[in-house]
Design a protein around this ligand. Structure first.
Ligand SMILES: Nc1c(N[C@@H]2O[C@H](COP(=O)(O)O)[C@@H](O)[C@H]2O)[nH]c(=O)[nH]c1=O
Length: 591
């Protein structure tokens, strides 16, 4: 998604003549910069809430940017901390510009603490956090510490701010739509000729759009949790659906196929680089399901295969953003199901004709042109010889909440998840109990095989690297080091799983019998050294903790509870140990 965000080549330096007009213009400009920064990690890590922070200081009459930062991935340093670290002592008395209200792991205050410790005097925020369990918390915390907080559109009204607010909404459109519609943010992308065809009547489609356009498609894929196609596209195009941008995030490939009438040989069945999930009708072609599973392809059955049920499933898997690159039939079904939010149409200056040539969207049941879906916030961009027309089928929801009063002091209890109160599900770090996730940004210190303590950026880094600990082979030591220095928990997990799959001989031979204990020790460290995590864990006493990963059936709970939920079980055992109710020697988890 290419935003026409203003980019600032050099720090913005403006004379402040204390004119009210300038200060609004300046606030708007810095907020736009923060939104621009927030978008920087797109394509390099899986989609996550995007944060950018600009610190500006008006020492000696000139307003000068003294620090900037953006969140690189879930579980890495918050933008605010990075900006304060860059600014050093210049953060004192500075103003912080944030595209979105800080949203630390619930119970954490890393971002807010960074601003307070940095001595920031004023904070300007583009939009409040869309997640209800986070919204308003950081604003309240900053205000309770005497920091002046201005939220655009609430505390600051001006014509300058409309565009800035829009950019802040756009850079987190995936999060906003997910919250408002409880399905991932879905973008329908297609390439078509000037006369509206996505292939010749023979089905041949390579290529309609130009190399430059296809390069942008790779970027769009890199920004997505998954790319989804129908069975027909698999049969006709045998697509790879990889981002091919030389590194960075690779989206999962999803195939929706009712009948599983799919070829045995297909690029999508090669899961060496990135996973593939096939969504099908319950009971379809069991033998072919087994064949796909034997190739490492995950098959998920649905009672009635339809876009909404599939999207609700991927909502549960924590997906924020999905790119639909499907044919007209599935595109129409997805639009009719109301799960498509945005459209990217690449129009090539070509005419192919063909009365049977397929078009981008099949039957929507509309008989009058007045029924046509009118896009809003439409952008027109020339990409090489092609024209990219993009816009929203559904306008960005305005989550502007009932504005709590400025001195509203009631502390919002972390909302219990929408499931039964006695069960607490956690998965993504931004979930209400996201701090229980192994991706949470809580470094731990663990002993290596010589008893020397090493610092690990997250539990995930430590767990994945432990697979290769103590194996003599030099390549195993290299795996260990590479995982330890991975830039985010997601990359550590991707590296560890891929190396385990591709080089099983490098994994310590006793891994299956020690992995639970390895995890337990890491969790014990994490929930011992962070008092607020310890109290959060103890506060769940009496509830069942379930890691809501529907695909990791060992550590997670699975979609219908078929998973072993070892992570939830270890956390509950740890909770008991801390509560003094039991000790590990009589643990129910003895291997
Ligand atoms: N022909 C065509 C597209 N076709 C789409 O791209 C898929 C092939 O992706 P890959 O195997 O990764 O190259 C194909 O299945 C269809 O969804 N896309 C475009 O941007 N422009 C084009 O001209």
């Amino acid at each position: 998604m290419s935003f026409s965000l203003p980019t600032f080549s050099s720090p913005i330096i403006c004379e402040t003549n204390n004119n009210h007009y300038n200060s609004h213009a300046l606030d708007a400009a810095y907020i736009k910069r923060a939104a621009d920064l927030a978008d920087k990690s797109a394509g390099f890590t899986s989609p996550h809430p995007n944060y950018g922070c600009v610190l500006a200081s008006s020492a000696a009459g000139n307003v000068r940017v003294v620090g900037e930062g953006f969140l690189y991935a879930q579980g890495t340093k918050p933008a605010e901390l990075l900006a304060v670290e860059t600014a050093g002592e210049f953060s004192k008395h500075a103003t912080a510009y944030l595209n979105m209200e800080p949203g630390d792991c619930p119970g954490d205050h890393i971002a807010v603490s960074a601003l307070l410790k940095g001595g920031v005097e004023r904070v300007v925020i583009g939009i409040r956090h869309p997640l209800s369990h986070l919204r308003g918390n950081a604003i309240r915390a900053l205000r309770s510490e005497g920091v002046q907080v201005h939220v655009l559109g609430e505390d600051l009204q001006s014509k300058f701010f409309q565009e800035a607010i829009k950019l802040c909404q756009l850079v987190n459109a995936h999060l906003i739509y997910r919250v408002a519609s409880r399905v991932p943010f879905s973008v329908l992308k297609y390439a078509m000729t000037l006369d509206g065809k996505i292939a010749a009547s023979s089905g041949h489609a390579a290529w309609i759009s130009s190399k430059q356009s296809r390069q942008l498609v790779f970027e769009l894929r890199g920004r997505s949790d998954a790319v989804i196609v129908g069975g027909n596209t698999v049969r006709k195009d045998n697509p790879k659906l990889t981002a091919r941008h030389g590194g960075g995030h690779l989206p999962t490939r999803i195939v929706m196929s009712q009948t599983l009438n799919l070829p045995e040989v297909a690029n999508l069945w090669d899961v060496s680089e990135v996973s593939t999930i096939v969504a099908t009708q319950r009971g379809a072609r069991k033998s072919f399901q087994r064949y796909l599973a034997s190739k490492g392809v995950e098959v998920v059955e649905f009672d009635i295969l339809n876009p909404r049920d599939v999207m609700e499933y991927f909502y549960d898997r924590g997906y924020l953003s999905i790119l639909w690159e499907c044919g007209g039939t599935l595109a129409a079904s997805a639009i009719s199901s109301g799960v498509i939010h945005k459209v990217y149409a690449f129009v090539a200056p070509k005419v192919i004709g063909g009365k049977n040539a397929p078009s981008p969207v099949g039957e929507l049941g509309m008989v009058e042109m007045s029924q046509a879906l009118e896009l809003v916030d439409v952008c027109y961009e020339q990409i090489g010889p092609d024209m990219l027309i993009s816009g929203f089928i559904q306008p960005i929801p305005d989550l502007a909440p009932i504005i709590p009063s400025v001195n509203e002091t009631s502390v919002i209890d972390p909302s219990v998840t929408p499931y039964e109160a006695s069960i607490i599900f956690f998965y993504k770090t931004w979930d209400p109990y996201g701090a229980f996730s192994n991706f949470s940004p809580h470094p731990i210190q663990m002993p290596d095989e010589n008893g020397d303590y090493l610092t690990w950026s997250s539990v995930e880094h430590y767990y994945q690297a432990s697979k290769f600990l103590g194996v003599e082979d030099p390549s195993a030591k290299e795996c260990f080091e590479n995982i330890k220095s991975a830039k985010s928990p997601e990359e550590a997990a991707r590296m560890g799983r891929k190396l385990q799959r591709q080089c099983p001989h490098l994994v310590r031979p006793d891994w299956d019998s020690v992995k639970v204990d390895v995890m337990y020790k890491a969790l014990k460290c994490k929930f011992s050294i962070y008092p607020h995590l310890n109290s959060m864990l103890l506060s769940t006493a009496g509830s069942v903790l379930v890691e809501a990963s529907p695909h990791d059936l060992f550590w997670g709970g699975g979609r219908e509870g078929e998973g072993l939920n070892y992570l939830g079980r270890l956390l509950m055992q740890l909770r008991s140990e801390f509560l003094g109710e039991s000790s590990t020697e009589n643990s129910c988890l003895r291997m």
